[in-house]
Write a protein that binds this ligand. Structure first.
Ligand code: F6R
Length: 242
């Protein structure tokens, strides 16, 4: 595990974008595993800036996202499809047909998950997986559990995640209760994993995940075993690390 210590969210976002840009420069047709949430927004903004400055070309880049709510149509502003379109895809020259998210509108969970695993397999895996860190240690929607889930699966969101996500919905009742998520096995199979973490509220879980025991009770802790894991975190998030 390598730690890139940054001053603040802006600095974290710039450095994470630099790392991702280098992946694209070295392999123009790379497969990027992408995340939603507040942590990577600044990273995407910096990638867009590089594209606008003609320093980065997404024309051959392919992407697979970590997760999608089950039952939210693409047009819903809270769907992860909408988020990715809004924050990145519509602002760079990535081809729409090269971007992939689990199909949240597929009611048959088994079918949705199988189809998504086939998409990932057809791309020969992920070159760089970008992650955020949930307050309970989740990655994607892989919540604390008694075991690590390997492949794409349907999850029931925990109360903590529903509570954390309610800020984006009109009311807590509107927060979807289920999601499709890439499994921990697929995340671990990525050639490189980059996690962005910012803020004092993440300090405790960051310390637990990367300096405590590896356990499915803290899903992110398994990244301690990843051979090419880069943690890009700001001083506040690293404040409990000795
Ligand atoms: C997003 C995702 C989640 C978030 C995590 C942190 O696609 O899969 O695991 O990365 O919940 O969210 P933020 O960045 O909003 O604190």
């Amino acid at each position: 595990m390598r730690i890139v210590r940054t001053k603040n969210y802006e600095d974290m976002s710039k450095k994470a974008a630099d790392i991702i840009a280098s992946v694209i420069l070295l392999k123009p047709n790379c497969v990027l595993g992408l995340a939603t949430g507040s942590s990577p927004i600044g990273t995407y903004q910096n990638l867009v800036k590089k594209y606008e400055a003609k320093d980065l070309d997404f024309s051959q880049v392919r992407s697979v996202n970590l997760d999608e709510y089950k039952g939210l149509p693409r047009e819903n502003e809270q769907s992860y499809y909408y988020f990715m379109h809004d924050n990145l895809f519509s602002k760079v020259n990535i081809k729409p047909e090269n971007t992939h998210l689990p199909n949240g509108m597929e009611p048959d969970s088994q079918k949705a998950c199988q189809e998504y695993d086939e998409v990932i397999k057809s791309m020969n895996g992920v070159d760089m997986q970008l992650l955020g860190l949930g307050h309970d240690g989740h990655i994607g929607f892989n919540e604390p559990n008694s075991e690590f889930d390997k492949s794409t699966h349907c999850v029931n969101l925990t109360e903590m995640t529903i509570e954390a996500n309610k800020r984006f919905f009109a009311s807590i009742d509107d927060v979807p209760r289920q999601a499709y998520t890439m499994g921990v096995g697929t995340i671990m199979a990525a050639k490189m994993v980059v996690m962005v973490v910012s803020g004092k509220d993440k300090a405790e879980i960051l310390q637990k995940a990367f300096f405590g025991p590896v356990t499915p009770e803290v899903p992110a802790s398994i990244l301690q075993f990843h051979p090419n894991f880069v943690l890009v975190a700001d001083e506040d998030a690293l404040s409990l690390v000795k």
